[in-house]
Design a protein around this ligand. Structure first.
Ligand SMILES: Nc1ncnc2c1ncn2[C@@H]1O[C@H](COP(=O)(O)OP(=O)(O)OP(=O)(O)O)[C@@H](O)[C@H]1O
Ligand SMILES: [Mg+2]
Length: 244
């Protein structure tokens, strides 16, 4: 039997004026799966995952996330759903005027999140431990390196114990070694939190380490699908070129 589906998006369309970004794209994410999405800059990767959590309203299509029909949710239902879907934004901005602890407390307060076992401080500490940065709890963002900021942004995503994580360029702007560490961390988080994830990336090392399979987006749909090894040996030069 197929593994349980946690995201099913069908025939999604989205245009901005005459700029037709999504043109009938389909996407299925299974429980426990790490799915990579690659494609040229501006092709619509971020738009796609924003549609999945309705930060952008698609023009047409169907989206089911964890058994909920996303396009028919009211705002309460949408808030409930977004607690289960962590979103690591491209750029991953922290609130500069807040300490790491306050940054992590923010989603707990906003969503009135309660955990059965852990109190707020324990939740914050658990998340920071998961990304290896418990020591940074009282630091301000300005005191953190780029790689540390990414980890803290990830800890902030983990705090609500999401079932799905949408990573938008988790390693952009980092050196190769730090990118590798973040990619390994994505795998570790899947084990620890039992998540499924969509990982948008330009970083082929990240795709190789962190994904089970990769979809290449072009002209508003997924054109090619395969594992890293399959795609890097694809007969089309255009496909192989992503892997150079
Ligand atoms: N809110 C918006 N209003 C108008 N146009 C938008 C909006 N959001 C995105 N776009 C346009 O949609 C296209 C796709 O953008 P998107 O951010 O999804 O690209 P991307 O594939 O994530 O690129 P990158 O790899 O550079 O992050 C771009 O042309 C962008 O200008
Ligand atoms: Mg993007």
């Amino acid at each position: 039997m197929d593994k349980e589906e946690v995201i099913v998006a069908k025939k999604l369309y989205k245009s901005f004026d005459k700029n037709h970004i999504l043109r009938g794209i389909d996407l299925v994410l299974h429980k426990g799966e790490n799915l990579g999405v690659v494609g040229k800059s501006g092709i619509g990767k971020s738009v796609l995952i924003k549609c999945i959590v309705r930060l952008i309203e698609p023009d047409a299509g169907e989206i089911d996330v964890l058994g909920t029909n996303v396009l028919e949710c009211n705002s309460n239902e949408l808030n409930e759903l977004r607690k289960k879907v962590g979103y690591l934004f491209q750029g991953g901005a922290l609130y500069d005027s807040m300490s790491v602890r306050e940054n992590l407390f923010f989603p707990i307060r906003r969503t009135q999140f309660r955990d059965k076992k852990l109190d707020t401080e324990e939740l914050i500490e658990r998340s920071l431990r998961s990304v290896g940065l418990l020591d940074a709890i009282d630091k301000m963002p300005s005191e953190l390196s780029g790689g540390m900021k990414k980890r803290i942004a990830l800890a902030r995503t983990l705090i609500l114990k999401p079932e799905i994580i949408l990573y938008d360029e988790p390693t952009t702007g980092l050196d190769a070694v730090t990118s590798g560490e973040i990619s390994e961390l994505i795998l570790k988080i899947r084990e620890e939190y039992n998540t499924a994830a969509i990982i948008i990336t330009h970083d082929m090392k990240c795709a190789k380490i962190a994904t089970d399979s990769i979809k290449i987006m072009d002209e508003g749909i997924f054109k090619v699908v395969g594992t890293y090894d399959e795609l890097s040996r694809n007969e089309e030069k255009e496909v192989r070129d992503y892997f150079i």
